[in-house]
Design a protein around this ligand. Structure first.
Ligand SMILES: [Zn+2]
Length: 160
């Protein structure tokens, strides 16, 4: 419904979720902080200057936007965003968390696979006014991913 993906669209997020690294996907497997049968969460290639280490949560299955998203995937995505938010609080010592999610060109959607951004927030960081984001190198992203994974694993261990 309300699809804007061009004919023959090669979806970078489907490739990432499937464990594929090639010229069609900017992200690499070392960006991933969490993956299960339903969702994948990873440190974004694009990073805003005052909010480094922000994460994107996607359904593994291809749904273009919020209109198409089935309830089980919706629940799992938000639950994962919550876990990532708590991991960020512990790993980054951030003051707050914001989530952002865009649909259709008028909503500034840029990848035609549903994705939810989870941002660490700091007092006075001007997230919504600071543009454009920069491309963070893969080795730097891997460091953020490692910090978050450590927290996610610790929290999972404590829940058992
Ligand atoms: Zn996709």
């Amino acid at each position: 419904m309300y699809s804007h993906a061009p004919e023959g669209y090669i979806c970078p997020f489907c490739l990432l979720a499937a464990g594929i690294e090639n010229e069609h996907v900017w992200s690499v497997q070392s960006d991933i902080v969490h993956r299960d049968e339903t969702v994948t969460a990873f440190v974004s290639v694009h990073q805003w200057p005052n909010n480094a280490g922000h994460v994107i949560v996607i359904p593994n299955q291809h749904f273009e936007n919020i209109y198409d998203l089935p309830t089980p995937a919706t629940a799992r995505i938000h639950e994962t965003a919550r876990r990532v938010a708590l991991a960020m609080k512990a790993a980054y010592r951030c003051d707050g968390i914001s989530t952002r999610q865009h649909n259709e060109p008028a909503g500034n959607q840029d990848v035609w696979h549903y994705h939810l951004h989870v941002f660490p927030r700091y007092a006075g960081d001007a997230l919504y006014a600071s543009h454009p984001p920069r491309v963070m190198p893969a080795d730097e992203r891997a460091e953020y991913a490692a910090r978050l994974k450590r927290q996610l694993n610790e929290r999972t261990a404590n829940e058992d």
